[in-house]
Structures are given as structure tokens and as C-alpha cells.
Ligand binder design. Structure first.
Ligand code: PYC
Length: 333
């Protein structure tokens, strides 16, 4: 192998990293993003590991690789890459990617302020607001989201029996609300979130093993959302989302916020048409809305939208050199 060069734009969305690979990603056939995702994972996964793992990335690193879309109704195809694999959809990744792509001229919108991207989970429409050359806000109209299961008892070592709901917003989320055996986020430092979340995820997966009703390639409990009352008076709720092996989302989590709204609507705690401001573990916020009702297979679901900001922090030309013993990246176990 010769040295490979990746032209990246590094950004963060409300605190969570987004490394946008604008050049150097592997060529993939002109098929849907869902199929591209499978081909990438089968044949090119070293690219993800090299760019996401240490020493070029870290435990919370995530990003995207840009592709032309094979759909006539989409401007851009987006492959989500992160430490744990390739997510079907990622909200903070979308907001960072759209910000970088518009500010750097990587995509030319047919209609100013609007884009449609093709994610592996489906088409996602975008509205963005610019001030001068900079993008101030990106709103994504996310894939249909639904509550998959509610009031599920899990026996979690160290916690005892806890109740969770399982909800889908582009990924499957085990949602934990304050209850007898868990008093809330204030009493849970980040180290505890990292320790307890894999146990909750494993127990939820063993009991529920969800499969998306319309796309069996989307399956499994990948994320755990711990919820609490907000600290900021503008917000309706606060959350900390665990993903991968050691990552806590620093943003309010786009697919997580969609899953949370689907849960709240199904439980009649949020109305269709209602707004929902979601606060992250570091106090950043997404402005979310339940845009409408829909169906996911035979389930009732919602059409969620999520808005937030991102900041481009630099250009990053990354080499992966076969002479480097750590070319493929590493993770501490
Ligand atoms: O914003 O959807 C999201 C997300 C998923 C994992 C980290 N962020």
C-alpha cells in the first residue's frame, strides 16, 4: 500500500466532533447509501479506523465521508463513520457536515437555504440559515421515528431493576428516566455513564433485539440515553447519550432527540406540532420539533426535526502511511 491522503474539514456540532472527509475516501459504486455503507464496512473499514481511532482520532471521534447520491431527489450522499462503526443516521454529524459543505463550497444547493441528503437510513431534508459566508443554523428533517417498546424491566448489575423505553430516531435508544433505582444525571458523573451504559445496552439488546420494521439492515440497541430535568430554563429536558465503547455525546444528539420526541409523543407528554429544546451534558442545545405524524411499518411514529449549530475548526490533511506501525489506528481496551 502507498501512503493515502485524506482531505478533511474538522468541525464540531455543539461540542461533539465531526471530521468531514471531503477528499481521499474510497470510490464506491453508484448504489444507494444503505448499500454503499455495507460495501464500505466490508471492503474499506480500515479508512474509518485510521481516521477515527487514536492516534489520528480519539474515543469520541465521529465524521462523515461525502459521496454523490444515486437518488435524483438528493444533493449529496453522506456516509457516517465513527469509533463504533457506520451509523445509519447521525444528527450532530449531519449538522456539522452541512455547515462545512456549505461554508467550503463542497455542495451547490439548487435552492438557497435548502438541501436534501441521502443517509443510509433514508432521505433527510435540510434547511439552513446563513449570515454572510457562515452557516448559523442547520435544521434537519429526520427519518421517521417511533417508540419501539415501553416500560421494559432490565436487571442491570450495580443498579438493580430499572425501567427503560426503547425508541428509534435513526438509531435505537434505550431511554432511562429518573426512577427508584436511578436518581438522575446530577448524581451521575461521566465515569459512571461510561461504566453503566454498556450494561444497560447489553441487557436491552438481550431482551428486545430490535429490527427496523422497514429495513432489516437497521437493527440492535446501539445507544443509551440518560435523561433528567434541564439546567437551562430555555430547555425542556437534558440528556447524556452513550455510544460506541467509550463515547458520550457532547451535543444534545440529533437521532437521540428524535427518538426522545417519539417516546414523549407516544406517551402523550408532547403534542404533534410541539417544540422540544434539548440540553446536552455540556449545556449546549438543539431546537427540535414534532413536524407531523407518520407510520413506521405498522407502528405509529413521528416526523421529527432538529436544529443546531456547528463550527468549522480547521482543515486537516491526514496521511495514513504504511511505514507507520499504527497506520490502522488503535483503541485502548
Ligand atoms: O447526533 O445523532 C446524533 C449522534 C449519534 C451519536 C452521536 N451523535
Amino acid at each position: 500500500m502507498t501512503r493515502r491522503t485524506f482531505f478533511c474539514i474538522d468541525a464540531h456540532t455543539c461540542g461533539n466532533p465531526v471530521r468531514v472527509v471531503a477528499g481521499g475516501g474510497p470510490l464506491l459504486p453508484n448504489v444507494s447509501m444503505a448499500e454503499k455503507r455495507e460495501i464500505f464496512l466490508r471492503d474499506h473499514d480500515w479508512v474509518r479506523k485510521a481516521l477515527m481511532f487514536e492516534p489520528r482520532g480519539h474515543d469520541v471521534m465521529s465524521g462523515t465521508i461525502l459521496y454523490p447520491s444515486s437518488r435524483a431527489d438528493c444533493d449529496l450522499g453522506v456516509l457516517f463513520i465513527e469509533v463504533s462503526g457506520c451509523l445509519p443516521m447521525c444528527g450532530h454529524g449531519t449538522i456539522g457536515t452541512v455547515t462545512a459543505a456549505i461554508e467550503e463550497g463542497l455542495v451547490v444547493p439548487k435552492v438557497e437555504g435548502k438541501l436534501s441528503i441521502e443517509a443510509p437510513a433514508g432521505r433527510v431534508d435540510i434547511e439552513y440559515v446563513c449570515k454572510g459566508q457562515f452557516v448559523e443554523q442547520v435544521r434537519l428533517f429526520n427519518v421517521a421515528s417511533y417508540l419501539h417498546a415501553q416500560d421494559v424491566d432490565l436487571d442491570v448489575p450495580g443498579l438493580g431493576t430499572i425501567k427503560i423505553d426503547l425508541s428509534y430516531g435513526g438509531n435505537y435508544y434505550a431511554i432511562v428516566e429518573p426512577q427508584a433505582n436511578w436518581s438522575g444525571l446530577d448524581a451521575m458523573p461521566a465515569s459512571e455513564i461510561l461504566r453503566m451504559s454498556p450494561l444497560v445496552r447489553k441487557a436491552a439488546e438481550e431482551k428486545l433485539a430490535p429490527v427496523h420494521p422497514e429495513d432489516s439492515r437497521i437493527r440492535g440497541v446501539s445507544h443509551v440515553m440518560w435523561t433528567d430535568r434541564p439546567r437551562d430554563e430555555r430547555a425542556h429536558a437534558r440528556n447524556a447519550v452513550f455510544y460506541g465503547d467509550k463515547a458520550i455525546d457532547r451535543s444534545p444528539c440529533g437521532t437521540g432527540s428524535s427518538a426522545r420526541m417519539a417516546q414523549l409523543v407516544a406517551r402523550d407528554r408532547l403534542k404533534v406540532g410541539g417544540t422540544f429544546v434539548h440540553e446536552s451534558i455540556i449545556g449546549t442545545m438543539f431546537d427540535c420539533k414534532v413536524e407531523g405524524e407518520t407510520r413506521v411499518g405498522d407502528r405509529l411514529g413521528i416526523k421529527p426535526s432538529v436544529a443546531g449549530w456547528a463550527q468549522v475548526i480547521g482543515h486537516n490533511t491526514i496521511f495514513v502511511d504504511p511505514r507507520d506501525p499504527l497506520a490502522q489506528g488503535f483503541q485502548l481496551s
